[in-house]
Design a protein around this ligand. Structure first.
Ligand SMILES: [Zn+2]
Ligand SMILES: [Zn+2]
Length: 387
């Protein structure tokens, strides 16, 4: 068996921790009981703990017994989602309307498992920083990763490399996926207000039709993907909301369009905002409407460092049954991308088993697969215990 047998020997205990966390989920920045649970466990392993970085964030520091070496940051997320759980098993959520539907209960447990093993053995050089972050699901500048960094995470706990994982439904338990370079998308939001005076629906010549203008804008936005972006680079521009008008015989004075832009290549991402502004301003100038555009950069592209990806792959090969180094990219976003902008590191996927029967991320029927716990914990330990 490729997983660390020492860690596998306390799989049952990890399962208890995971199911306890699943039963007691907390929303972003409300992870008070979760953070307490994490801090108490770390302290019971003899790890030095700092609480309250980024609200409910918890950081543990452990020195190895083999002298100088790199400082390796390992990160797990702790928050749950505002979803009413539909599962009916004994560890179903006790908090109404809140659920661990993204498996962060499993991520937290895997990192606790690695912490216990590393604290009991200390068979490594350098030090390890265990990072338990809040509010992954909130994301953006307000999310847990950016906030922990703003509150001095890497100034206080300097890390040479950082690593994190997400469980991946649809990949078998015991399978692992990682690749260098962009792996998960950037995600940005836009809000466009198109304004004019408004007028009688039967007298369009007396003003500017903001509804027709909005129609041109929605179509024009697709120029971003179709004409402004290298055809070999991916981008998705989706207008997801249009609001305007209250009466069938009135052309309103405002229409609001909102949506999201997702990309992989940082240059493609950066080029999208000025192109979007140019398209919207140009269309509105052509009809005479006034445009107000706000564009918010929310999640950076998750880019894995080349060297860290090699280290991650090597650790993965020691632990998992199979390692996929060419997984498909996903347009899903991930808050760990902020940490990877600050420090070199690598994010990887850990198989969670079949994605049937609602076992997909953010589903009311999701449940982290406890059989994956020993794999993830062994992987974290292998990153630290490498020669
Ligand atoms: Zn999620
Ligand atoms: Zn997640």
């Amino acid at each position: 068996m490729p997983i660390n047998n020492r860690i596998a020997s306390f799989s049952d205990e990890m399962t208890e921790w995971r199911q306890h966390l699943h039963q007691n989920p907390e929303l972003s920045y409300q992870e008070f009981e979760t953070a307490k649970f994490v801090a108490e466990k770390l302290e019971s392993f003899g790890i030095e703990v700092t609480k309250g970085i980024g609200g409910t964030g918890v950081v543990g520091v452990l020195e190895g017994s083999k002298g100088d070496g790199p400082t390796i940051g390992l990160r797990a997320d702790m928050d749950a989602l505002a979803i009413e759980e539909k599962n009916d098993f004994p560890h179903k959520s006790k908090n109404h309307g809140i659920m661990h539907a993204c498996g962060h209960d499993g991520h937290t447990t895997m990192l606790l498992g690695a912490a216990r093993h590393l604290a009991e053995t200390r068979n490594f050089a350098g030090r390890v920083v265990f990072i338990f972050q809040p509010a992954e699901e909130m994301g953006g500048e307000d999310g847990g990763a950016a906030r922990m960094i703003r509150e001095g995470l890497f100034d206080r706990f300097s890390c040479d490399e950082i690593y994190g994982v997400h469980n991946w439904p649809g990949m078998d338990v015991g399978d692992f996926a990682v690749k260098a370079g962009p792996m998960m998308a950037s995600g940005d939001g836009f809000e466009i207000h198109i304004r004019s005076g408004g007028m009688h629906a039967a007298q369009p010549q007396k003003g500017v039709d903001v509804v027709l203008t909005a129609g041109h804008v929605v179509v024009g936005l697709q120029q971003l993907a179709a004409r402004n972006t290298d055809p070999l680079s991916s981008i998705v521009v989706s207008a997801t909301q249009i609001h305007g008008g209250d009466a069938y015989n009135v052309i309103p004075n405002e229409v609001v369009i909102r949506g999201t832009v997702r990309a992989f290549d940082p240059d493609t991402r950066s080029a999208a905002e000025p192109a979007l502004r140019r398209i919207v301003d140009g269309i509105c100038a052509s009809t005479g409407a006034e445009a107000e555009i706000s564009y918010t950069r929310q999640y950076p592209t998750l880019v894995n460092d080349q060297n860290a990806a090699v280290i991650s792959q090597a650790a993965g090969e020691k632990v998992f049954n199979s390692v996929n180094v060419t997984p498909p990219q996903t347009m899903i976003v991930e808050d760990f991308a902020f940490m990877l902008e600050d420090r070199p590191g690598c994010y990887a996927w850990v198989g969670n088993g079949p994605d049937t029967d609602g076992r997909i991320l953010h589903s009311a029927w999701f449940d982290f697969n406890d059989e994956a716990l020993a794999f993830g914990a062994s992987y974290f330990a292998a990153l630290v215990e490498r020669a």
